[in-house]
Write a protein that binds this ligand. Structure first.
Ligand code: ZN
Length: 372
């Protein structure tokens, strides 16, 4: 990949660096907060802001907190739940008029919440009714996003991942894609190094698995190759301190993470992680995928090696499932959940995947995880 800018003015002048067509209008910005507020004024729309509450303490975000129409979401306490979506939708419907635009400001969870609220505002059911694929849904007000953490790809994906009463599952629908994403790499300067590291790890795994996938489109694989290179550079250089060069690379890798999902599919790391997440609601997705990769040395030797090197280089210990309360008793259940991810196993192994992703194979992976 060529032309990775080293400063913000180079970033704002960038031509599209992704190949897969995306439905979101992506604006590269050197002052994302001003740009999004200006856009609201210019288009003369009533905007409702959903903002990660952690940003309240960061002076950079002060202009957003003067906005009247907003709600704070504590993304560090929990992933968005279907109940959260229902409450916000109910609140918005109780007001005199519905907003023209929902603006999500924060990391993947806050952006997913904004996307879910947008869809649910236009549809009569509860959020839990729309978790899944291929539903017949009406289009809600446009959702604009301002990511403050890069690596999730949530700024352009048509997926809003929610934890429901029965399952953690996305609302997967073309109407869930943000209409506008304003990308300003400076906005991630206040992110804790731990979060910066594991979010970039998840970004790395997405790209790695799509590169290895047997069922992904050529464009998706090409985007994932570029994303993998960027994520690797960031993770190898260390994420303890914020620096603008890494922030630009992370923002670019994140967009590629979103674009490569359109024609691409992840594999075994993600399939195994869903079993873990299902058994431990408090386990963040980005840590679940890291735990999974650490148990997949045979299948993904280079990915495993990179992961160990990234962790050691950043002075972090290997995350363990037992730290999140996952023990022997969960193995059967986790195995069933992971085996249900047929498309991911197919992506991982291609032809004849059924013989390779056997119950024993998956069971043994969880055994290693639990005893590790
Ligand atoms: Zn992931």
């Amino acid at each position: 990949m060529k032309n990775v800018p080293s400063d913000i003015s180079g970033f704002t002048a960038l031509d599209p660096w992704w190949r897969t067509g995306v439905p979101t209008c992506i604006l590269c910005s050197g002052n994302g907060i001003d740009d999004i507020l200006r856009k609201i004024k210019q288009e003369d729309v009533q905007a409702f802001f959903l903002v990660d509450s952690v940003l309240e303490k960061q002076p950079l975000f002060a202009p957003l907190f003067i906005e009247q129409s907003k709600m704070l979401f504590n993304a560090s306490a929990s992933e968005p739940r279907t109940d959260d979506v229902d409450q916000i939708v109910e609140f918005l419907r109780s007001r005199d008029s519905l907003p023209d635009v929902i603006v999500g400001v924060g990391g993947g969870s806050t952006m997913d919440l904004a996307k879910a609220v947008g869809i649910c505002l236009a549809n009569p059911g509860k959020a839990r009714d729309y978790q899944g694929y291929g539903m017949d849904l009406k289009k809600g007000p446009p959702v604009w996003v301002l990511p403050t953490l890069n690596g999730t790809g949530a700024e352009i994906t048509p997926i809003a991942v929610l934890r429901g009463p029965e399952k953690k599952l996305g609302i997967n629908h073309p109407y869930a894609a943000p209409a506008v994403a304003v990308i300003d790499p400076r906005l991630s300067s206040g992110v804790k190094p731990f979060n910066r590291f594991f979010t970039m790890m998840d970004c790395y795994f997405h790209h790695y698995e799509i590169v290895k996938s047997k069922t992904s489109s050529a464009d998706a694989v090409q985007d994932a190759r570029d994303g993998l290179k960027l994520a690797t550079e960031v993770l190898d250089s260390g994420v303890q301190e914020y620096n603008v060069e890494n922030a630009i690379k992370s923002a670019m890798a994140s967009i590629l993470g979103g674009s490569s999902t359109i024609g691409g599919r992840v594999g075994a790391v993600h399939a195994i992680s869903y079993g873990l997440s299902n058994s431990a609601p408090g386990l963040p997705h980005s840590i679940a995928v890291t735990i999974s990769m650490l148990a997949l040395q045979e299948l993904y030797p280079d990915g495993y090696e990179d992961t160990v090197r990234f962790l050691e280089g950043s002075g972090l210990s290997m995350p363990k499932a037992s730290e999140y309360g996952i023990g022997e008793g969960e193995i059967e259940k986790m195995t069933s959940v992971a085996l249900g991810m047929e498309k991911l196993w197919q992506s991982c192994f291609g032809e004849g995947w059924e013989g390779k992703a056997s119950r024993t194979f998956v069971y043994d992976i969880y055994k290693r995880i639990v005893n590790g």
